[in-house]
Design a protein around this ligand. Sequence first.
Ligand code: GLP
Length: 257
Amino acid sequence: MRIVLKSKYTEACAWTAEYIADRIVQFNPDKNRPFILGLPTGSTPLGIYRELIQKFQQNLLSFQHVITFNMDEYLGLEEAHPQSYHYFMWENFFKHIDIPRENVNILQGKSPNPEKECDLYEKKIADRVEIHLFLGGIGGNGHIAFNEPGSSFQSRTRLVDLTRETIQANARFFEGNLLQVPSKALSVGIGTIMDAKEVLLVATGKTKAEAAVNLTEGPVTELVPASALQLHPRGIFIMDREAAAGLSEDSLRKAEQ
Ligand code: GLP
């Protein structure tokens, strides 16, 4: 696992966006050979999306032949709900770039049969053979997508329960009201993410410091879902100084600046 350490949030985002853009450009996708990109929501990727939008606007990058799969969606939220991940993705990224609507895949939170929806989503990913690059954030408790501590490393797309900790962390988007935060979500599994050819996880800010140490130095354990990255042949963990505050001297020495 590569560890990349940047001083600030903006620099961590710029490095990550540059990496993703390079990958897409080098792949040189076309209609018959699209680039398959896994994407997250949350406040962490916002800066990365801003950078990618800028690269598109400067004609350095096109998403015409990129197919995206988002990680997760809250159960029960309409696409148009301002806190749905559909809404988030279109507002913060997709509407600003040239991605064709049919290339965007996001789990349907309002599906009448969420379990079937999850199975179909997993199959849709499998039909693409592999995701070339999966980008993710991490939760304060080490979750990835909505795979809470204790989720199997083999898990696939499925309906999951959110922990109280995650509901509390995400209540900031729901006027601070815990009762408004859905308690379930549809989420790709840890296995789904780790099957990607490359996985990039980004952690910034002091609320991620504990999870960042656990991911980097702790044992690989299902109690810290993000620690699965240590086993990935092409995993990169990108941090800013605040998130890296608890790292040992040894890890800091190994980190690329
Ligand atoms: C949610 C999302 C995760 C995200 C996490 C952290 O739980 N399902 O994909 O990584 O929040 O979000 P933030 O970047 O806002 O800290």
